[in-house]
Design a protein around this ligand. Structure first.
Ligand code: B12
Length: 216
């Protein structure tokens, strides 16, 4: 059989959700690394679809169908990762995660969430299109020490700045760390809004959050 990750990649690009499902299931059965299925197969493909959409080579409908196919595969991989999670006892830390207001992209956020859960963190996912106030409210409710926010649109990443402001208004900025991610964010943006950390990938983000709690 040829490279399973490449086959999954091709199936997403072919808008074939059923084939994605079949190939991911087969790859998992054959012991392929779930993280590699996520990154090398599904994410790589959806990013290529995004590039094609950006170049106006495909329509929004095609982008949506590919995203659907990608998410089907992601759900299977996430289930596999969580199934293999060993009981690590007390959570390593409490994190609130969500996608900012005006933004419904959830694939990247969900990867970060799954990897954090697999690593033994207690994660409170407030979902997509969430106001800055909702992040802060959740932090107070569950006594979280970290906010992880995702923004994919240049029009919505401003809402990560709103999270910083709302934390200050609530008087808890000093005791909560913030990490930002998603295609619309960057190290420069982090500096500009006063967030604590930026991560270009989920794996880098997990390392940062782990590092913080291990040193805390
Ligand atoms: C899939 C997709 C969609 C799907 C979303 C499905 C879903 N349920 O999420 C649909 C079709 C719904 C969609 C809609 C739209 N989209 Co869209 N979409 C994408 C696409 C192709 C892929 C995004 C994705 O899932 N990538 C895969 C994941 C794994 O990558 P990721 O999110 O970047 O996450 C990784 C890292 O960034 C990081 N990460 C992400 N978040 C976080 C958070 C933290 C804390 C950390 C540590 C790390 C982290 O971890 C992940 C893994 O390493 C991107 C293209 C792109 N280059 O990003 C366009 C893109 C983001 N979309 C775009 C646009 C324009 C739109 C629409 C406005 C289209 C329209 N005309 O309606 C709408 C907006 C809807 C809204 N209000 O949010 C533009 C944005 C342009 C801009 N500069 O603002 C892009 C860049 C496409 C393009 N090239 O034009 N989209």
């Amino acid at each position: 059989m040829s490279d399973p990750f490449k086959q999954i990649y091709d199936a997403v690009l072919a808008y074939d959700g059923d084939l994605v499902k079949k190939l991911v299931s087969l790859a998992l059965q054959e012991g392929a690394d779930p993280i590699e299925i996520m990154h090398g197969g599904l994410s790589a493909a959806i990013l290529e679809v995004g590039n094609r959409f950006g170049r106006e080579e495909i329509f929004l409908m095609e982008l949506m169908i590919s995203a659907e196919a990608c998410m089907t595969g992601m759900d299977m991989v996430k289930a596999k990762l969580l199934e293999s999670k060993i009981d690590l006892g007390k959570p390593k830390g409490v994190v609130v995660i969500g996608t900012v207001e005006g933004d419904i992209h959830n694939i990247g956020k969900d990867i970060v969430k799954t990897l954090l859960e697999t690593a033994g963190f207690e994660v409170h996912d407030i979902g997509v299109d969430q106001q800055a106030e909702s992040f802060v409210k959740k932090v107070l409710e569950v006594d979280a020490k970290f906010i992880a926010s995702s923004a994919l649109l240049t029009t919505t990443c401003v809402n990560q700045r709103a999270i910083e402001e709302k934390l200050k208004e609530a008087g808890i900025r000093e005791r909560v760390k913030t990490i930002i991610g998603g295609a619309a964010t960057s190290a420069e943006w982090k500096e500009k809004i006063g967030a604590d950390y930026y991560a270009s990938t989920a794996s880098v983000g997990i390392q940062i959050i782990k590092g913080y709690f291990e040193g805390a």
